[in-house]
Design a protein around this ligand. Structure first.
Ligand code: DWN
Length: 395
């Protein structure tokens, strides 16, 4: 693993502070966010990993249901799963608050969600839920309780688990011979193209590429048979995976197409990541200049969407409340709290919080379309948005 990017000392994302925490000067955990490239597996990951128990605890604030874009994406996927795979049993690893599995018959679903505050949501809706981390002992328990499963789905979860060998060994243990594994995660190619350095934070141990995924899964005689490019989460890839022994499913041509696109972008070469690092440093400089120039003209700027991604940007660029007055967010477990590291206040979203605001920094830039639609009035009144993706600018 060779380091190519240093994003400085960072607090843990999703660890929001209460006013009491601030009053008591609660000690925040910081870690050195360095990103590296493994020339053997072609995987890109953070070098200093934080244990899962420290990140995914019983008060995990992120809920996938907070965005209509994700709700729609999961609904569309559920229709495809039923149409093309007709699974008898679906296992979702990282079921969060049930945004995907709510589209299926309860009897056909097994949820795995280690964060108990989220697991009680799917349990409360009658879905079998294991509030445990995904590993071989849980896979064995699920196999003995439910036998093999014929479809496993996991969105934005496997990239959060350090030991990928254990992940796929556990999947191998419980997936039926003709079973299908579908995983989706932010696309490293899109991350590089958009200079989306904020996809790197403690929870995103990896940002996956088809190149990297293929190298990891081949050890377990799995292969990618289809790849879908998604707009969600700043550009994601959905990988459809089968056993190499399963000749019933043909390999789609879009797998080769994606692989060629990644090789054309030289994602198998370390120099590509040095170029990315140089773009990140230029992006930081430009964003800071832009924000300070606006602030010098006495304009009011707030943040929209207190994302895990924005924690990386704000702490790397040292942007605090002298620049962004506050953030607005719809997530219950994030509001009336303060952002990790920068301690910018997060207020519960309501339209009136946009009154007298001149500029909005898009923390949730990956939901730009949904947000622009929602804030038509703000735009009509001359309000402007600021994004750092792909380069810092007023939009
Ligand atoms: O991988 C992960 C992804 C799936 O979600 C997790 N490790 C953590 C989390 O990352 P994130 O916080 O960067 O995710 P989002 O989905 O980009 O966060 C969007 C935030 O913006 C949420 O806090 C909700 C908020 N939001 C809002 O306030 N108003 C979102 C929309 C669309 C809105 O209209």
């Amino acid at each position: 693993m060779k380091k190519f990017l240093d994003l400085g000392m960072q607090p843990l994302a999703n660890k929001y502070l209460t006013s009491n925490d601030l009053k008591n000067k609660k000690k925040e955990q910081f870690y050195h966010l360095e990103v590296g490239f493994d020339n053997k597996t072609k995987l890109v990951s953070i070098l200093n990993k934080v244990p899962s128990q420290k990140m995914f605890d019983d008060n995990y604030p992120y809920r996938s249901s907070m965005s209509k874009t994700m709700i729609r994406s999961f609904k569309a996927l559920s229709k495809k799963i039923i149409k093309f795979y007709k699974p008898k049993i679906i296992l979702e690893i990282g079921s969060n608050d049930g945004s995907l599995i709510k589209n299926f018959n309860k009897k056909k679903v097994i949820c795995v969600e280690p964060c108990k505050n989220l697991a009680i949501i799917t349990k409360g809706k009658g879905f079998k839920t294991y509030a445990e981390y995904w590993n071989i002992s849980l896979a064995k328990k699920i196999k003995s309780n439910h036998n093999m499963v014929d479809l496993i789905y996991s969105a934005n979860t496997l990239s959060h688990i350090s030991d990928l060998d254990s992940v796929f060994k556990s999947i191998n243990h419980v997936l039926s011979n003709d079973g299908v594994l579908i995983i989706e995660d932010p696309s490293l190619l899109e991350c590089l193209k958009r200079v989306a350095y904020d996809q790197f934070y403690n929870e995103h141990i990896y940002v996956f590429s088809l190149l990297g995924i293929q190298n990891i899964i081949k050890k377990f005689n799995f292969e990618v048979f289809k790849v879908e490019k998604l707009k969600t989460h700043g550009g994601s890839l959905r990988y459809y995976i089968k056993r190499t022994s399963n000749s019933k499913i043909k390999i789609s041509s879009n797998v080769k197409k994606q692989l060629n696109a990644e090789l054309r972008y030289k994602m198998d070469k370390f120099t590509t990541y040095i170029e990315f690092k140089n773009k990140v440093e230029r992006s930081k400089k430009k964003l800071v200049e832009l924000l300070y120039k606006i602030k010098k003209n006495d304009k009011k700027i707030i943040g929209y969407g207190s994302t895990a991604k924005s924690v990386t940007v704000l702490n790397y660029c040292k942007i605090k409340s002298e620049i962004l007055d506050y953030f607005v967010d719809t997530t219950p477990d994030k509001t009336k709290k303060y952002m990790p590291g920068t301690h910018i206040y997060i207020d519960k979203y309501k339209k009136s919080l946009l009154n007298n605001v001149d500029y909005i920094f898009l923390g949730a830039w990956n939901f730009k379309d949904e947000i622009f639609k929602k804030e038509k009035d703000f735009i009509k009144k001359g309000g402007k948005f600021i994004t750092h993706i792909p380069t810092p600018k007023i939009v």
